[in-house]
Design a protein around this ligand. Structure first.
Ligand code: PLP
Length: 289
């Protein structure tokens, strides 16, 4: 609607500029083209979602049965995308959404349209969480999980503050983020620290419910070059965790796979793929902060 309004005003301005009896053919064409574009983008969120879901199903069918008892969950990553797009995806049946900027998540989750039309929405926080923003995130309405716990300090703070916001009856779901590629600029604990960290959260953070582990992985890996080394690393981490704590594999989720590689991730056993671009379309790179 916003886009249409803006273009309408451009249209009228141009009309004024052209004066009475001016040649309006091209301008009218431009106007209807922009309406068409808007309509196309509306269709595309639904089509994008359908296409991703069907690719997930196809990838599921290729998995080895014993490693994958859990059906993968699709998290629609809506960062930088408008509330309207979220509602469109919700109307199509999507429930899990991911955001990685605290302020943006706060605004969207408290948006009155979202609160009204998406009562069953489930938010995943998937960005880097600083200690001073913990309370903002855990007071988000319909927060489902914090996927990016990357230090004992952060786990502690979430654990201590959660009862104030979520109550004691319900625990706060978390994943531990692992830096599987070892890149310096990436957040996450090292694979060698994961067992210790899992024990810490399980034993010392009674208000947290540890659901699994997640990785972002190296940017730009081509799935055609074979199994993604980051995915292999995360699978190995889960194996170590399950052995150390005598847990069945199905009790530890693995969050891996984005637009470029979610099919391979699902084939390898991912239980939680985080997909943005393939659903909501191109997203300009954030230039600052
Ligand atoms: C942005 C983002 C995604 C989604 O990326 P796409 O390539 O658009 O699918 C997934 N996970 C995290 C942590 C992200 O920040």
């Amino acid at each position: 609607m916003l886009l249409v309004n803006r273009d309408l005003s451009i249209y009228y301005n141009l009309q004024l500029y052209q004066g009475e009896g001016g040649e309006l053919g091209t301008i009218q064409l431009l106007f209807s083209f922009s309406v068409m574009l808007k309509t196309m983008s509306e269709v595309n969120v639904k089509l994008g979602l359908k296409s991703v879901l069907s690719k997930i199903q196809q990838a599921c069918a290729k998995r080895e049965k014993e490693c994958c008892e859990v059906n993968p969950r699709l998290v629609a990553v809506s960062k930088t995308k408008p509330v309207e797009s979220i509602i469109e995806a919700y109307e199509e049946g999507q429930r899990h959404f991911g955001e990685n900027y605290v302020q943006e998540l706060e605004e969207k989750a408290n948006n009155s349209l979202i609160l009204e039309s998406c009562k069953d929405i489930k938010w995943h926080f998937i960005g880097h969480l600083q200690g001073n923003k913990v309370n903002k995130v855990i007071s988000i309405p319909n927060l489902y999980i914090v996927e990016t716990v990357d230090s004992k300090k952060l786990a502690n703070k979430l654990n201590n503050n959660w009862p104030q916001f979520g109550g004691v009856a319900k625990k706060l779901r978390v994943f531990i983020q692992i830096n599987t590629s070892g890149e310096k600029e990436k957040n996450g604990i090292l694979p060698s620290e994961v067992v210790d960290m899992v024990k810490y959260v399980t034993n010392d953070c009674p208000n947290l419910q540890l659901d699994g582990i997640m990785t972002i992985g190296q940017y730009g890996y081509n799935p055609a070059d074979g199994p993604n080394p980051d995915f292999l690393k995360l699978l190995e981490c889960r194996k170590n965790v399950c052995e150390a704590l005598s847990l069945p594999l199905k009790d530890v989720e693995i969050s891996m796979g984005m637009s470029d590689d979610f099919e391979q991730a699902v084939e390898m056993g991912s239980t939680n793929v985080r997909v943005g671009t393939a659903i909501f379309g191109y997203r300009p790179k954030k230039t600052s902060s």
